[in-house]
Ligand binder design. Structure first.
Ligand code: KG4
Ligand code: ZN
Length: 341
């Protein structure tokens, strides 16, 4: 089965074609970063309008590259969680195309897409595995037994890891998007100048808390006045070390608790180079296979949406004709694919 996937949950307009046999055939992405940069963050209304402008030309190109309209057997779109106006653009276009082309259609969960994105890689992980999902909106650890079969092991009690990166980047005077800029600045920083806490690692459990870390950075910088460039880089490095250490410690605990032999790291923060290197080193020590999607499939993309849609549609799952856009949608509500009644 060949599925067209559409992603418009935030500030990337993306489309992809995934085939159950041939794999990923096409994926295109238009980033709105430049549009929102002036405002220091995503402006929802501008995001929706830009999706409207960019989605149809992007779809034409992607469908062409994916073998043409006649070869498409189904359509999947991101139904949530995300910005509701932005989601509505993708949902309305997907449903209308499915109606016009008389194809089955399904609205899928953005974070489930991130979770399964490593299945796009040439040597995909085998179920069951433990997954660390680290994005701008979520930080969670789950045991994954199959599509829709997720046991939540731990979650962030406050800010997500990506959110902490973005807020700390702002504190350091960096622009939007903060995470990648902070990571770039940290490359010039020294690891031992600032020592920030590793939250919730001193007691048992798999939950996370990152809001205190941001406060620790504020406190450390409070009396220093204007920071020179080296001090800013040192602070960025100290912060990154603290987040990476915390995530590695929790993943190691999750592996110990479940006896898993594979760890998947997905979501935007999974693009962080230091995190990737440290997780791989931990995996080597523990005899655990660590799998990442390639960096472009860690951050938002439609390849993961087309793949997830293909898995669910091929299993017989179908939506009715309603257009579904869900700003909030807990992952715990997800169930395995079930054929339409
Ligand atoms: O998964 P994603 O693209 O969107 C959401 O679904 O949230 O994740 C975006 C988050 C942002 O907070 C961004 O700052 C962070 O991922 N991020 C990074 C890096 N690249 C993206 N954080 C740290 N280091 C990076 N290299
Ligand atoms: Zn995302």
């Amino acid at each position: 089965m060949r599925v067209l996937g559409i992603e418009t949950s935030c500030d990337e307009t993306a489309a992809a074609v995934y085939d159950g046999k041939a794999g990923l055939l096409a994926h295109e992405l238009y980033s709105q970063v430049a549009l929102h940069a002036t405002y220091g963050g995503v402006v929802p209304e501008l995001a929706s309008r830009d999706h409207l402008r960019k989605l149809l030309p992007l779809l034409e190109k992607t469908v062409e590259e994916g073998g043409g309209r006649a070869a498409i057997d189904g359509i999947a779109y991101t139904s949530g969680p995300g910005l509701v106006g932005a989601l509505l653009v993708g949902a309305a276009v997907a449903r209308s195309l499915a109606y016009a082309w008389d194809l089955p259609c399904i609205g899928v969960h953005h974070m489930e897409g991130h979770l399964l994105a490593p299945l796009l890689e040439p040597e995909p992980p085998q179920f069951p595995f433990v997954a660390l999902l680290v994005s701008g909106g979520h930080t969670l650890l789950a045991r994954v037994e199959g599509v829709g079969r997720y046991e939540l092991l731990g979650t962030s009690l406050d800010d997500a890891a990506g959110e902490a990166f973005d807020k700390t980047a702002k504190l350091l005077g960096l622009g939007y998007p903060g995470g990648p800029q902070l990571a770039a600045l940290a490359e010039q920083g020294r690891p031992d100048v600032f020592r920030f806490p590793r939250p919730l690692t001193e007691r048992p459990g798999l939950d996370f808390s990152f809001s205190g870390l941001k406060t620790a950075v504020v406190v450390a910088l409070r009396n220093r006045g204007e920071l020179d460039p080296q001090a800013r880089a040192d602070a960025a490095r100290g912060f990154e070390e603290a987040v990476v250490d915390t995530l590695v410690i929790k993943c190691q605990r999750a592996i110990d608790a479940t006896g898993a032999s594979t760890l998947v790291v997905a979501g935007g923060v999974g693009a962080n180079r230091r995190l990737r290197a440290r997780m791989l080193a931990m995996g080597e020590r523990q005899g655990v296979r660590v799998v990442y999607p390639r960096a472009e499939f860690c951050t938002d993309n439609a390849a993961m949406i087309a793949l997830l849609g293909q898995l669910r549609l091929a299993a017989g799952e179908r939506d009715d004709f309603s257009i579904r856009a869900r700003a909030r949608w807990p992952m715990t509500d997800l169930v395995p694919p079930s054929p339409a009644a």
